[in-house]
Design a protein around this ligand. Structure first.
Ligand SMILES: [Zn+2]
Length: 273
């Protein structure tokens, strides 16, 4: 049994298993951790082809969604920092940073995938670095992780390093799927009949949070006040059996009932201790 990648504790309970994959819930911070993770194949997953199919093919929809999400973040933040400079870790092709730019923020990104990094630069003129250590040490008012922390092998240390770049009054925003213990319990039953790992984004998603474990993580890197809001995805690219892409563009509440199993959440950490 391995240590929890979020809090480092040792005790955990199995909550789901399928084929070679096992999900365990940490007794201490309640994050669910799936092994084996996809570290080895990350370069293959986040290829040019991946970004073209899942992002650039739906660019107008993605940009529209990014603008709405960023508006939500700024609303929850209520501009707690005087420094209007944002760092997005795992910025992909730069759609969220483009939305921050449009809202009057200075932006900088980190993205390990070379194609996405070049794309964000060439398309939107955004400075994007391959790793956090390369980012100039300007003071930041906000760091964001949108659908990123769940995919990295060590979310705690990555979040802590990024938060270390913030101005004293800076904030953090994290968006991630909400995969609750109840969801794992339900899928454990379903997996006796059919494969469920696609719904859990396994193996690309390594750590699975719910509102409780996400709050625990953000508090652990030094934030006193954490707001957590459920969000409805307006755009869902669905990977069908043999990789055919089905794009569902949904508005407002209309489809959210159908995708009740796949909610996301947005957490904002403010006021550091
Ligand atoms: Zn833990």
């Amino acid at each position: 049994m391995s240590d929890c990648p979020v809090c480092g504790a040792v005790g955990s309970q199995p909550v789901w298993a399928e084929g070679a994959f096992v999900a365990r819930r940490c007794d201490h911070c309640s994050v669910v951790h799936v092994t084996p993770g996809a570290d080895g194949g990350r370069g293959e997953i986040f290829s040019e082809d991946y970004y073209r199919k899942n992002y650039i093919a739906f660019e107008d929809v993605r940009l529209d969604y990014a603008q709405k999400l960023v508006a939500r973040v700024l609303d929850l933040l209520r501009s707690s920092s005087r420094t209007r400079r944002v760092l997005e870790v795992g910025c992909g092709p730069g759609y969220y940073l483009r939305a921050f730019q449009a809202a009057g923020w200075d932006v900088v990104g980190v993205e390990p995938a070379p194609f996405a990094r070049r794309y964000a630069h060439d398309r939107f003129g955004i400075e994007v670095y391959a790793a956090l250590e390369e980012v100039p040490r300007d003071e930041l008012g906000l760091v964001t992780f949108f659908d990123v922390l769940a995919h990295v092998p060590e979310p705690f240390s990555l979040l802590r390093s990024a938060v270390g770049r913030l101005a004293a009054d800076g904030s953090v925003a994290v968006k991630t799927p909400c995969h609750s213990a109840a969801m794992f319990a339900a899928l454990r039953l379903v997996s006796k009949v059919t494969e469920t790992r696609g719904l859990l984004h396994v193996p690309s998603q390594i750590c699975h949070f719910d509102a409780g474990s996400l709050r625990n993580l953000i508090r652990a890197v030094g934030f006193e006040e954490v707001k957590c809001a459920a969000i409805r995805e307006l755009f869902l690219p669905v990977r069908w059996r043999d990789n055919a892409q089905v794009a569902l563009y949904t508005r407002g509440l209309k489809w959210s009932g159908l995708f009740g199993m796949l909610p996301s959440m947005l957490a904002i950490g403010r006021t550091r201790t």
